[in-house]
Ligand binder design. Structure first.
Ligand code: PLP
Length: 399
């Protein structure tokens, strides 16, 4: 029998998707499960987005489209990132893809040869390590535990970049921690990157509009615009606009990188579909009231989750300032029992919680931090309240 390519031996199905699958099976078997697992925004875009898609259907060209993305979409994206203080880009600096995941995969293909090193802070979005493995790169996760607020320090970064990795991948606001770096912290990171001229920096800032009151979004380019020739900004419609299934992602960065992604697109996806493009332009350029209201709602939900966790002795939880995740350190449960189950790890904890209480969370080890678990809190209020009640009950029952 012929063999699959060696790289498929390195590819793993996403750990988050495994929890989602288990939840699906339990629901199919008639169990009522509250899902805090998958990172979906749980809202739909405004009616103008659907109207634009319908209108596009009426005038469908039926043709292949641009590999980079049509001018109208690139212009809408440029305006969108201009509002975040990312200026000086033209269409030739941008490319589009089937979600940010596809953009990140394309970037790995475009920037990393087999054996090259890519570094990123840990906890990290689980796909970073998986994509690096598929392209044969060496992924180095830089440990940033709860005791340092899950944030990378300039000293850690300096030491890592001194080893000469090809790519530094940075995610702000963070999935899974919800942490948002302050202006001061980003300025310090920008200074370190400036001292290491041979490293690319990818800024996966897809949650940049989901920052809560009292904080604001910063990018290294705000402090060091001269880094623009090696910083690549990655964005997506999925979370901000409630459009994860529409699959639209973007990048802005050096012309050579945007061209490389355009060439890769020409060899696989060809183009983002026409109807999706119309919806994307409407989302980026139309009224922003739905996304703005959702950020306020998520902030209130974040407060509710933190208040519930604060009542559990031993649980430590740095306060997230954005996105829609909370990432408590639950190591206080390790070595204890729930009924006849021993909780030796985050994976045991999540499995026992799911089976005993019907609450699905993702073990922190999926994100490189086995002391924690991720709660994605975008579900309706009644479910959130009930799920938190069950988590507290679960802890109270530990012996
Ligand atoms: N980057 C981060 C940090 C994410 O959390 C996600 C999705 O969960 C993505 C990228 C991928 O987003 P998209 O839906 O645009 O592929």
């Amino acid at each position: 029998m012929p063999k699959l390519a060696q790289r498929m031996g390195r590819a793993k199905p996403s750990a988050i998707m495994q929890i989602v699958e288990k939840t699906r099976q339990m629901k199919a078997a008639g169990r009522e499960v509250i899902s805090f697992s998958i990172g979906v925004p749980n809202f739909l875009p405004g009616p103008h987005v659907y109207a634009a898609a319908r209108e596009a259907l009426e005038h469908d060209s039926g043709q292949y489209g641009s590999n980079r993305g049509p001018d109208a979409l690139l212009d809408a994206f440029l305006k969108h990132i201009g509002a975040a203080g990312l200026t000086g880009y033209q269409r030739k600096h941008c490319a589009t893809g089937i979600g940010a995941k596809h953009i990140l995969y394309n970037l790995a293909e475009a920037l990393l040869d087999p054996g090259d090193e890519i570094v990123f802070p840990s906890p990290y979005w689980t796909t970073y390590a998986d994509i690096a493995e598929i392209v044969g790169a060496r992924a180095t996760a830089l440990p940033c535990p709860a005791s340092q607020n899950y944030k990378l320090t300039p000293e850690q970064l300096d030491a890592a970049l001194a080893r000469g990795p090809k790519v530094f991948l940075f995610n702000n606001p963070s999935n899974p921690t919800g942490m948002v770096y302050s202006g001061e912290e980003i300025a310090a990171i920008a200074d370190v990157v400036a001292r290491h001229p041979d490293v690319w920096m990818i800024c996966d800032d897809i949650y940049h509009r989901m920052v809560f009151s009292g904080q604001s979004y910063h990018n290294v380019l705000h402090f060091r615009p001269e880094l623009a020739d090696r910083v690549i900004f990655v964005d997506s419609l999925s979370k901000t606009y409630g459009m994860p299934g529409w699959r639209v992602g973007f990048m802005a960065g050096p012309e050579s990188v945007a061209q490389a992604l355009t060439t890769l697109n020409s060899n696989h996806i060809t183009n983002v579909p026409e109807v999706v493009i119309a919806a994307a332009i409407a989302a980026l350029s139309g009224p922003q009231d739905v996304p703005a209201a959702k950020v306020r709602e998520f902030e209130a939900k974040r407060d509710q989750v933190l208040a519930a966790l604060a009542q559990i002795p031993g649980v430590v939880c740095p306060k997230p300032e954005g996105a829609f995740y909370v990432f408590p350190d639950i190591a206080c449960a390790f070595g204890r029992r729930h009924g006849d189950r021993v909780i030796a790890s985050d994976v045991d904890f999540c499995a026992a919680l799911l089976e005993a209480k019907g609450v699905a969370c993702v073990p922190g080890s999926a994100f490189g931090e086995p002391r924690a678990l991720r709660i994605s809190y975008t579900c309706p209020d009644e479910q959130l309240t009930e799920g938190l009640k069950r988590i507290r009950a679960f802890f109270a029952e530990l012996a």
